[in-house]
Design a protein. Structure first.
Length: 353
């Protein structure tokens, strides 16, 4: 067999991982930067966190029959706007919120969170800003940031761009799982205010921005339009856990992609319908701006965006005022959106009238 020949007196230069585009030193520097952020999120149950091959967490002993509930999500194309604005300090909170709010609706207390940060070339400053936002989100949710993965993959992502994914694990007493099965006609539907668009519908948002070509730094309702567009997703965990301690909550819906019309039915028994009054809460100025500049129909707005309502809570009529008071005292803005009634044949499960 012929062997490849080398030219006498020459030596092929050795290659390193850095030559291939991966900077191990930068990865180590990032770990050092994020450890203080993660430390602030520690809580009872963490046995081993960042730095090991796996993170260890002991289910709190207060649970007699603990059921683990998990959720995973990303931030979607809101990241494209973050890249355009070079703003990376809030998308980490978005990442946490999308998962912890999801597991909250079944009654789960979020216990811990792990993240995945992927990029073509690691920028330590950018990544540290993102992870700091993740840690802030974990603090707001009362869960520990106990691990994650930073993947530097040359050629996979354009310069300056990255992707995010994460997942949360929570626990709930088996007897206290919220599944909507106790919802009945006459129950009241409460809505908790969103902080903005949250993390859904940004493909349409970006299309509207492309069409309208606004000055993103111009004043918009007391802040810049960029600030309004990038407002981090609200985390409802602590107020909702407090509410669950005080009275029976029959159903909860996190209003994400699909809006009110597609998320509320996920917690309703088939025989029931939620009838909501579109005048019961104000449409925030940002959604009015999007609708105007995009020429978006009302039905499409309700299917794509949260339209100002980030979480729906269903309780018995006799508990509605107390629930609203508890949530308001915890800092939430609450509206009575409508009621649950028997569903007619062929009728949608959520009607906005």
């Amino acid at each position: 067999m012929n062997q490849p020949k080398s030219t006498p007196g020459t030596q092929v230069p050795g290659l390193s991982y850095r030559d291939a585009g991966v900077d191990i030193d930068a990865g180590d520097a990032l770990i050092d930067r994020i450890k203080p952020f993660a430390k602030k999120t520690m809580r009872d149950g963490v046995l081993a966190g960042i730095g090991g091959f796996g993170a260890l967490f002991e289910v709190p002993k207060k649970y007699r029959e603990p059921v683990l509930i998990s959720g995973t999500d990303g931030v979607g194309t809101k990241l494209k706007l973050a890249f355009h604005l070079n703003r990376h300090d809030t998308v980490g909170q978005d990442l946490v919120a999308m998962s912890v709010n999801d597991i909250l609706v079944q009654g789960a207390e979020p216990l811990f969170f792990l993240d995945y940060f992927a990029c073509g070339k690691l920028n330590v400053e950018t990544a540290a800003s993102v992870v700091k936002g993740i840690a802030i989100g974990c603090e707001l949710a009362g869960c520990a940031l106990i691990g994650g993965e930073t993947a530097e993959m040359p050629g996979m992502y354009p310069d300056g761009e990255y992707d995010l994914a994460g997942f949360a694990v929570g626990a709930v007493e088996k007897s206290k799982i919220i599944d909507g099965s106790t919802i009945g006609a006459g129950d009241v539907v409460l809505g908790l205010a969103s902080s903005g668009i949250h993390s859904n519908g940004y493909s349409l948002v970006r299309k509207i921005i492309e069409r309208a070509a606004p000055d993103l730094q111009a004043d918009f309702d007391g802040r810049s339009l960029a600030d309004a567009l990038m407002a981090p997703t609200r985390i409802y965990v602590k107020p909702m856990l407090e509410l669950m301690q005080q009275l029976p909550v029959k159903g909860i819906a996190h209003i994400t992609g699909g809006g009110l019309v597609e998320n509320v039915p996920r917690v309703l028994p088939e025989r029931l319908c939620a009838e909501l009054d579109h005048c019961a809460w104000p449409l925030p100025p940002l959604f009015a701006w999007l609708q105007q500049h995009g020429g978006v129909a009302d039905a499409e707005m309700h299917r794509v965006f949260n339209c100002g309502i980030g979480m729906v809570v269903i309780v018995a009529a006799e508990h509605a005022q107390t629930a609203a008071d508890v949530l308001s005292a915890a800092g939430e803005q609450v509206w009575t959106l409508g009621t649950v009634r028997e569903r007619n044949a062929g009728e949608a499960q959520t009607i906005v009238v």
